[in-house]
Design a protein. Structure first.
Length: 248
């Protein structure tokens, strides 16, 4: 799908966690923005004189639904130029220019294999789009296992939505890894919650390699490097079964 430059303005902002906000952009002069779930756009933000130093990419967090509103889920990286702009300056009505959609981190129909989505923090964004796309458009699929990692319970993004999908989306399973929550009772949660990182969860559930499962991983390099090495080198999955989107 070819990309082009779009002019948009911010039409809604919501806190999603203490360090994360959701932003909705309405694209001007278009009735629909064609994209595939999992793709990203690159925004030209007024944070530097040099063009390339102004560009930052963000995954589209909502499903393609034939309208001109795109949702983004952005974490405040302390000291970061773009996130300082988003958290301190962007307000309702702020214009944002972006190009896209871009990227090959997408699912290919028919979904005839199990899907395992592994992410930390705002790495949830492309999976939120994919899962919403499957649920909203009732796309046939097999099992979907979302494994999400964050530090504390207040960092669990889209929690209510995924909690609800466990009941309504056939084959959907939700596991959360909390790396810095001092103490919690797993039975307080209607989904699986574990102490630690995301890795022990897929190492436990997918330890015997099989050809009918695909892994999709999204987030920052430390987590992705470890997950890719675990799946391919430790467990013996084929490279073609392991897909990832690197945020930085
Ligand atoms: C395809 C793609 C999609 C993306 N989608 C999203 C998204 O949906 N949501 C989102 O929040 N971000 C997303 N990002 C990351 C985003 O593009 C920016 O990099 C991020 O917002 C930080 O930009 P910044 O200007 O604030 O920070 P920068 O000025 O670029 O970076 C400075 C800050 O980032 C920290 N930092 C840099 N690298 C790392 C790292 N590997 N691990 C931890 N800290 C690091 C530094 O310590 C510093 O505080 C995506 C990136 C790509 C490539």
């Amino acid at each position: 799908m070819p990309w082009k430059w779009y002019d948009s303005k911010v039409v809604r902002i919501e806190d999603e966690s203490p360090a994360t906000k959701r932003f909705w952009l309405e694209v001007e002069g278009e009735t629909a923005i064609p994209f595939e779930a999992g793709q990203f756009v690159t925004m030209d933000l007024p944070i530097h004189d040099k063009r390339l130093k102004r560009w930052r990419s963000y995954s589209i967090a909502n499903a393609p639904n034939h309208d001109n509103i795109l949702e983004f889920c952005i974490v405040n990286m302390n000291g970061g130029g773009a996130t300082r702009y988003f958290f301190e300056e962007v307000a309702l009505g702020t214009p944002i220019r972006f190009k896209g959609p871009d990227g090959n981190f997408v699912l290919h129909e028919p979904f005839d294999r199990d899907l395992v989505f592994i992410c930390t923090g705002t790495g949830i964004a492309p999976f939120r789009s994919m899962i919403q796309d499957i649920a909203l458009h009732e796309k046939p699929h097999r099992n979907i296992h979302l494994i999400f990692g964050t530090r504390n319970t207040d960092g669990i993004l889209y929690r209510n939505e995924f909690e609800a999908l466990q009941k309504t989306l056939p084959g959907f399973r939700y596991s959360v890894a909390l790396s810095r929550e001092a103490s919690f009772n797993p039975s307080d949660f209607p989904f699986e919650v574990q102490n630690g990182y995301v890795h022990p969860i897929y190492l436990r559930d997918y330890q015997t390699p099989r050809s009918d499962v695909d892994f999709y991983i999204c987030g920052w390099s430390n987590m992705i490097d470890e997950a890719v090495a675990n799946l391919i080198l430790k467990l013996g999955y084929e490279k073609s079964q392991v897909h990832y989107e690197l945020y930085g």
